[in-house]
Design a protein around this ligand. Structure first.
Ligand code: AMP
Ligand code: MG
Length: 336
């Protein structure tokens, strides 16, 4: 009786152990809507259960970043900063301190093209509701767009805005940062090959088992089309485009990348792609290059040895940074 009952259990245990040891290693993937965009993880794993757990950890990490940094969540740390830092120093954690500090250093490097205080006027845009600030409110809020208004106090762990109307938004850097955290989770779990993507920001760990990953650059005026496919290994890539969140009114395209000089959507570009070692930096730089425009943007990237850029201006002309000169033409175009 006793034997009869335990036998099936032991049998199932033995078969499943045997199966796990011979189960072929495989590519696993998952895609979820987080941070107002689509987050995708794909990795090669020797063990399906463990691989799935790693993917779940990455998704949980993305949700944590969203809870911390979303300007739309009433209880996020970022919302608290925007509500109070204009009137008194607000305590913030090490992580936000570091990312805001990194944003400020990119602001200096790009002569203010990247500026998280764009939100001082930027908060008045609502691309779903087709709303943009009036001329009068832009004029009133424009002086509050200036990263120099931000005061970080490292020893007291606080942030303070020298102008009471300042608001910040990390939308130009937070997705890349979250992607880097995702890759760190893959590494910690001994994954050798994988990709983590959040909207326009991706980072690749290793390669596609002996072959490069091919990452497409979207045609800014054709949702299904690609203008290039780039072979990549162990690298990050970010694209900023005027087609992600936008609406048109009286022939003007209002989209989510804002010139800190005018408080208006940048009109002279369609997309900017930046490649480099980490996604936090490529994310911030793709937004920066979009704002700087083709000439200044390429100049910036050509002076950064580990970074490359692909730019499409408002005429649809594609331009490449110097490091692409050695790429075979098939990798740049005709990959539709
Ligand atoms: P991305 O797609 O990475 O270029 O990010 C676009 C997001 O960056 C926007 O949705 C805004 O949240 C933010 N952003 C827009 N303009 C700027 C700017 N000039 N500097 C920094 N962040 C910006
Ligand atoms: Mg960006």
């Amino acid at each position: 009786m006793h034997l009869k009952q335990t036998f099936p259990g032991v049998f199932i245990f033995l078969v499943s152990t045997l199966w796990a040891s011979v189960a072929p290693a495989q590519w696993l993937n998952d895609e979820q809507a987080i941070m107002g965009t689509s987050v995708r993880v794909e990795l090669w794993s020797d063990n399906k259960t463990e691989g799935r757990l790693v993917i779940a950890q990455v998704m949980a990490e993305m949700r944590r970043i969203d809870r911390l940094m979303s300007p739309f969540k009433a209880d996020s740390a970022l919302t608290k900063i925007n509500n109070f830092a204009g009137s008194r120093p607000v305590k913030i954690g090490q992580e936000l301190m570091n990312l805001i500090d990194k944003s400020l250093s990119i602001s200096k490097k790009t002569k203010g093209a990247f500026d998280i205080t764009f939100a001082s006027a930027g908060f008045m845009y609502d691309f779903r509701q087709k709303k943009h600030p009036s001329k009068a409110s832009l004029k009133q809020l424009l002086p509050s767009i200036n990263y120099r208004h931000i005061q970080l106090n490292r020893s007291k762990q606080t942030i303070f805005f020298k102008d009471k109307n300042v608001k910040i938004d990390l939308g130009g850097i937070a997705k890349g940062y979250a992607v880097d955290l995702g890759i760190a989770i893959l590494k910690k779990n001994n994954i050798q090959y994988g990709i983590v993507t959040a909207g326009g920001d991706s980072r690749i760990l290793g390669d596609r088992k002996g072959r490069p990953w091919f990452v497409g650059i979207r045609d800014p005026r054709n949702r299904q089309g690609l203008v290039a496919k780039l072979p990549m290994r162990n690298e990050a890539i970010s694209t900023s485009g005027d087609y992600e969140r936008f609406f048109e009114e009286n022939g003007v395209r209002y989209h989510h990348i804002i010139s800190p000089k005018t408080g208006k959507s940048v009109g002279y570009m369609r997309s900017a792609t930046v490649l480099g070692p980490d996604a936090t930096t490529t994310d911030a730089l793709s937004t920066s290059v979009f704002v700087l425009g083709a000439r200044k943007g390429l100049n910036l990237i050509n002076n950064m040895p580990k970074f490359e850029a692909v730019i499409i201006d408002n005429q649809g002309t594609m331009m490449y940074s110097n490091g692409f000169e050695n790429l075979p033409p098939t990798d740049r175009s005709g990959a539709k």
